[in-house]
Design a protein around this ligand. Sequence first.
Ligand code: AMP
Length: 196
Amino acid sequence: MLNIVLFGPPGAGKGTQSQKLIDKYNLIHLSTGDLLRSEIAAGTELGLKAKSLMDNGLLVPDEVVIGMIENKVRENSHAGGFIFDGFPRTVPQAQGLDKLLLDLGTEISCMLALKVDDEELTKRLLLRGQTSGRPDDQNEELIRKRIQEYNTKTTPVADYYAGQGKFCAVDGIGEIDEIFADLCKQIDSLKEKQQK
Ligand code: AMP
């Protein structure tokens, strides 16, 4: 299986690049942000609880997102692989994912991290807010809060995968297709190594 963690702060381009990668490599896209927004739209109890945290730019509890991911991964256990987008966002989430994948006889192949500076992120998210309809993209203070959550709670996840020799950084500023080509280069060399 090819299991990729597509990593990066809010607005780094994870959603855009995931769409292109799933088409090219035939992978299943699992975005915890999208899953949580579906729960909110469906008016579930989980969605109601998550909404107030999301509306304040705060992370949803680990056990909630791990549970959602576990259901989706088990439902699709015969897939060729997954792209995890916006997950894991904390070290306990990364540990939970490792445990789940081990149980299925597989593992994370690599973390691809999109690097974008905070000012560019804020600009991109405010622009996205004009069309995305996402309340958390429309307020600069909230955007800065989300970036701060990322810098404090999520950055350690990169060290977690670096410790396993699975971390790879890619420049997330530039043309979408150029960034996509850089990501593909990393994935192709990984696939070559997997086949050896
Ligand atoms: P995203 O669409 O990835 O930007 O996520 C939107 C919001 O959903 C985040 O600001 C968090 O409140 C919540 N969220 C998404 N994924 C996670 C996660 N893995 N852990 C905790 N909270 C999450």
